[in-house]
Design a protein around this ligand. Sequence first.
Ligand SMILES: Nc1ncnc2c1ncn2[C@@H]1O[C@H](COP(=O)(O)OP(=O)(O)OP(=O)(O)O)[C@@H](O)[C@H]1O
Ligand SMILES: Nc1ccn([C@H]2C[C@H](O)[C@@H](COP(=O)(O)O)O2)c(=O)n1
Length: 227
Amino acid sequence: MTEAAIPVLTIDGPSGSGKGTISRVVAGRLGWHYLDSGALYRAVGVAAGWADLDLDDAGALVRCAFDTGIGFRDDAAGELRVLVNGHDATDELRTETAGAAASAIAAIPEVRSALKERQRAFRKAPGLVADGRDMGTVIFPDAAFKVFLTASAEERAERRYKQLKDKGVSVTLDGLLREILARDARDASRAVAPLRPAEDAVRIDTTGQGIDSVVERVLALVPGRTA
Ligand SMILES: Nc1ncnc2c1ncn2[C@@H]1O[C@H](COP(=O)(O)OP(=O)(O)OP(=O)(O)O)[C@@H](O)[C@H]1O
Ligand SMILES: Nc1ccn([C@H]2C[C@H](O)[C@@H](COP(=O)(O)O)O2)c(=O)n1
């Protein structure tokens, strides 16, 4: 199967809209590969922190983006674990601090270029579900299926609050709402690959929609999908 013939479903959207959760379930139901593109940016942010790099030093961050080893594996519980330079950094990666660092680094055009081919290399038969901010607009513009998930900022903060509290992370709902709104603004206002729906993306507002309901709405967009 040529690369262009390998089907891609892109799922873009702001923080906490449910991209990662929905994408992993849909990829499992389709038997397709899964790309968590945000994890790549988060991994570069974590590696930069480990190396005490200045987030204003674009040159050092670009080199970090090229040089950082990033690996993915499912653990026994089926959770996606992320290895950074051989170390399991999953828990550190999923903090809002790491999300904010990733968002800042992601605004550097050369960092985005350094990660582009790594993302495209995930396109393997029988198919790929790719979640992020620019999957449908930049990385896989020819994707046959494109979705843009949204939800109210308040609901996204509540989801993230529950997610982090369940992991024993001490956060406040008000603080998370502020962080999510700040990240939304930075991701949507940057000059390169801004967060926005692709022209041909199906937009799904997940506010008040359960995970199963959103999964079924996404699967319905892929003909010949599994039951
Ligand atoms: N439709 C939904 N209804 C309720 N909870 C949801 C829904 N979708 C996802 N969640 C929950 O919200 C939390 C955040 O979801 P997820 O991490 O998938 O969002 P995301 O868009 O990938 O966020 P980020 O871009 O910050 O990584 C998770 O705990 C997830 O289980
Ligand atoms: N395709 C992507 C994915 C992520 N980013 C940046 C912007 C996000 O705020 C940050 C973390 O992503 P998340 O794990 O929350 O999906 O990384 C991006 O610019 N492009």
